[in-house]
Design a protein around this ligand. Structure first.
Ligand SMILES: [Mg+2]
Length: 335
């Protein structure tokens, strides 16, 4: 991708507290795009007028019923509403979610499917900046994928890997890849979405033949999806994304998964620190997520926000200001 076309939304409560949220439609996954998301936001926003922010769950549920197919738009409004409510309450959003983590957390960094020399160069750069978890995209071509992973593992000895095939393999191909990467042992933290999102039985069959934890990403966007995956014993881990599910549905998925004994990771689409800050607040609030994939602000040429958390290498600092603690730069000029 060369550009992210996202939207910021602002909610102002009657008491004066203002909150911000980000709408990051990702067409390839949910079919949403910016123009439609903007329309959805404007329509949903009309109905928010006059409602009590204290009843944010009821508000969120109503948006879910009205616009089930617009998770990115809902997520932006839900984030802004919660941000405003936290600011009115005077607490950071991570405290709102429970303050489960005691200090800063680290993100992985994504290495896309690239020709080997470029992938190695990128891996060495991130390694030099202190990153010790790489999300390696695979799923294009088995031999090239395996060679890329092994060569990066050799070049970056302390790194652990999250493999993400983005639905690229058949179940048998996925198992073959795992066999070829067997020597990496515990350096592979998980293998995400090896097969097509609707192939829950295929996912289960990979899991049954794997010693590596299997993660469901595209396969789980809703609570109903999570239930299907859990009932089929198809995954060890669920990858949460507020933009694919909406904010409160993400937390419902997380509750269901954890209750069933699964591990959780959290990631995003291509998002700025605004949506990522909300996901980081969840990670800090719950405190026991298995891995974090909150790197896309590092991949953007500009940071359109001021305040909030910072990146120090892979570490994401804990902010103390209320809500997400950040504001869009020069909001007036952004309309
Ligand atoms: Mg993924």
């Amino acid at each position: 991708m060369h550009a992210a076309q996202n939207l910021f939304v602002r909610v102002r409560l009657a008491g004066g507290a203002t909150g911000y949220g980000e709408v990051a439609p990702f067409t390839a996954l949910t079919g949403e795009h910016r123009a439609a998301s903007e329309r959805a936001c404007r329509e949903l926003a009309e109905r928010l007028l006059g409602k009590s922010a204290a009843r944010y769950r009821a508000v969120s549920r109503q948006m879910q019923e009205e616009r089930p197919g617009e998770p990115a738009a809902r997520c932006g409004l839900e984030t802004a509403l919660l941000d405003a409510l936290c600011r009115a309450a005077g607490i950071p959003m991570w405290a709102w979610w429970g303050g489960g983590a005691s200090g800063p957390l680290e993100t992985d960094v994504t290495i896309p499917i690239l020709p080997l020399p470029r992938a190695l160069e990128l891996a060495r750069q991130w390694y030099g900046r202190g990153f010790r978890a790489f999300k390696l995209k695979i799923g294009a071509q088995i031999e090239a994928d395996v060679e890329r992973v092994l060569r990066i593992a050799e070049a970056c000895p302390e790194v652990r890997f999250l493999l993400d095939a983005n639905q690229g393999f058949t179940p048998d191909e996925a198992v073959a890849v795992l066999h070829k990467l067997h020597r990496l042992g515990e350096r592979v933290l998980l293998f995400e979405q090896p097969v097509a999102k609707n192939d829950i039985q295929g996912l289960a069959s990979v899991r049954a033949r794997s010693t590596i934890l299997i993660s469901a990403d595209e396969a789980v966007a809703t609570v109903a999806d999570a239930r299907r995956v859990i009932e089929a014993s198809a995954a060890d881990v669920i990858n949460l994304k507020i933009t694919k599910s909406g904010l409160l549905e993400t937390l419902d998925i997380a509750t269901m998964a954890r209750t069933a004994g699964l591990k959780l990771t959290i990631g995003g689409m291509v998002e700025t620190r605004l949506a990522m800050g909300c996901s980081l607040a969840i990670a800090l609030g719950w405190g026991d997520l298995y891995a974090l994939d909150l790197d896309t602000p590092l991949l953007l040429a500009e940071d359109p926000l001021v305040g909030g958390y910072r990146y120090e290498g892979p570490r994401m600092t804990v902010w103390q200001a209320p809500g997400l603690g950040m504001e869009p730069r020069a909001p007036a000029s952004r309309g």
